[in-house]
Structure formats: C-alpha cells, structure tokens
Design a protein around this ligand. Structure first.
Ligand code: COI
Length: 356
C-alpha cells in the first residue's frame, strides 16, 4: 500500500543539518524541530505550491486572521523506526481525515490527500536521521492549518497556510500523572468545537490547568459543561477507567475528541476479551468505586502521551489514590500498541504503514 501519489512537491534543501546540536537523551517534548518543514498555501480557492523547505521563521502580517480569531486546527501523529531502520506511521489515514473534519468545523477548506501524504513522506525521508531507533523514541508530527488572510472582520479567512513540523520525542509525561476532576471550568459544550482539534480548545485549558499545576496536579479530567457530573476527556488525552476488570470510557460526541489511540485501545481490549463499556460515566460512580476499592486504574490515551497511568485524582478537594497494580491494563495496552507501532509484532488490525 502506498499513500503517496508523487505530486510535485518542491524540495528546497538545507545547507547543513542541525542534528549534531541535539542531545537525543534529554529531549523534553516538543521543543526541538528537525531540519525541514512542509508548507502549502491556499489562495484563489485552491491549495498550491506544496514545498518542503528548511525549518525557519515565517513572515506574516499581524493582520492575519489566525491572530485575531484563532482560526487554526492541528493534528498529532508519530513516526517510528524499527530495528531494520524502516520508518512506520500509525493509522495515518485517520489523522488525515480528522484534520479535514476539524477544518470543516472551523470553516477552513479541505486539504488534498496527495499533498498531505507526499509532503509528509518527503519530509520523513529527508529527516530520517532524526528518527531514533529504540522503544520509546519517535518523531512527533505536527500538521496544522492557520488563517493567513489579513483582516479583522469576523469572517472566515480566504487564505490559509498548511504546514507540517517534525519534532523528535520521547515520553510526554516524565514522572507520575495526578489529575483534578473539573468542577467549575469546562473544556467544551454541546454543539461546540470539542470534537475538533481546534488550537483554541487547548489554549483555553491553560489557565485552569495552571491552577491545577499549582496544587500539584498535572492534568484536568474535564466533565460535562452542564452539570459537571460526567467525566469526558483529559487535557491532552482521552481517558479510561478500570472498575474491577471492566474497562470504561466515555463515548465520543461533539464535545469529545475521537482519539486514534482511544479507538485502538478499545479494539485491543476487545481482542483481548476485556469487558469494555463505552458509556456515560458519573464522577460519583468513580468516587464510590475508589472508596470501595473497585477502581483499579485510570489512564490517559493519546498520540503524544501514548498510555499514561494516573496515580491519583482530586475531587472536591479530596485526593483519591489509585492502587499500584502489577498487571495493569495500562501497561498491557501500552506494550501491545507500541509493539505494533515499532513493527515488533504482527499487525492484525492493519494499522501500520511503512514510509518508503
Ligand atoms: C497529541 O497527543 O498528539 C495531541 O494533540 C496532544 C497535544 C496537545 C500534545
């Protein structure tokens, strides 16, 4: 299978690589970018001139609509290198489809499939040395679209820039993850943009997350905006719960992101015969399960965070600690998922895609 179509992506080569300046053993997530970036512009109702060029600053007018109305969407994907040096993507079609779904919600024109995959694969080949081998090393891929037309009239832009950046990555969270269950602030509401990867969805979480950080919690588990009764999604990940031996997660909706790691975990659970319930989950049910000892695990699932176990949650200023489990679902799913991503096991789901 090839996702590439060999469209004419223009390549502007770097003069020299910056790779020797990078210490790959001490990377913190998302701070270092590779030698190349992909750029493609929308003007006169068409996307044109897809170009892979040296990573560097953009020149934009301050009147560009992205600065005024936040008309911007993004994706998160990863590339992995196996022991033979082959490069793999994980369910890349799903990211492509989702960025266009997010774009539609933000009145941004659809991006062509050929440009997306040709641009991405050209970059991955040029930046191949930045993808380090070894379990846990990956290259985080950040496609995004911004509104570039000048104007402060509150109407959709007529011009856009689609870009892809690459950033070598290891773990998103280093150390334990403790969460607060939201009682006041909300991430999304019915009919809103919660299901889209709109840039503003994440920016709007920074302030309440800062408050949580000050109390020693890394993330917030968002609840429904109407009553704060049901758990929905964590800041950068979907969230799963294990009560006794049943796996629980909230259904996707127009408030909750249709996470690719989320649906992969559900598929793995089904394959492993783990009883899985995708349903509304009351905060009170979790508190009760924590108090009677049946709440065994909480973990987040996302591209950047992979599977991140939660060690404690706070609700109504009371901290509930999760037990330490030897054979946790979180570690089982993480291992199975990564073994598929790194081309270690057979991929019965056909999720893996080799970059050629
Ligand atoms: C991802 O997991 O790729 C995300 O988009 C979360 C991001 C905010 C780091």
């Amino acid at each position: 299978m090839s996702l590439k179509n060999q469209t004419s992506v223009t390549i502007k080569k770097i003069e020299s690589s910056r790779i020797n300046e990078v210490d790959f053993d001490t990377l913190s997530f998302g701070h270092v970018f590779t030698d190349y970036m992909f750029e493609c512009d929308y003007k006169d109702e068409k996307w044109s001139n897809p170009t892979v060029k040296p990573y560097g600053p953009l020149t934009m007018y301050p009147g560009a609509k992205v600065f005024h109305y936040g008309q911007a969407v993004f994706e998160g994907m990863k590339a992995y290198k196996d022991d033979q040096g082959k490069i793999w993507l994980f369910r890349p079609e799903d990211n492509f489809n989702r960025i266009n779904k997010s774009s539609k919600r933000l009145a941004i024109p659809e991006f062509p499939r050929d440009f997306f995959f040709d641009g991405l694969e050209t970059m991955l080949n040029l930046d191949s040395d930045w993808i380090k081998q070894g379990f846990g090393n990956s290259l985080y891929i950040r496609p995004f679209v911004i509104a570039t037309e000048e104007g402060v009239a509150a109407a959709p832009s007529k011009e856009y820039k689609f870009m892809i950046l690459l950033s070598p990555a290891q773990a998103y969270y280093k150390g334990e993850v403790k969460v607060v269950i939201a009682e006041h602030y909300s991430r999304s509401a019915d009919g809103g943009v919660g299901a889209a990867k709109a840039a503003g969805n994440y920016g709007a979480q920074f302030y309440p997350t800062n408050l949580a950080n000050k109390k020693g919690y890394q993330q917030i588990i968002w609840t429904d905006a109407n009553e704060h009764k049901y758990v929905e999604e964590a800041g950068t990940m979907n969230v799963f719960f294990r009560i006794n031996d049943t796996l629980l997660t909230a259904p996707v909706s127009d408030r909750i992101l249709d996470g690719i790691t989320r649906k992969s975990v559900i598929a793995l659970a089904e394959k492993n015969g783990i009883k899985t319930e995708v349903r509304k989950i009351k905060v009170s049910e979790l508190v009760e399960a924590s108090e009677n000892g049946s709440l065994k695990e909480i973990f987040g699932a996302g591209t950047a965070a992979v599977i991140s176990p939660v060690s404690a949650f706070s609700y109504k200023d009371k901290e509930h600690n999760l037990p330490q489990i030897k054979k946790s679902f979180a570690s089982q799913f993480k291992k199975e998922l990564m073994e598929i991503q790194y081309n270690i096991t057979e991929d019965t789901f056909r999720w893996r895609y080799e970059v050629k």
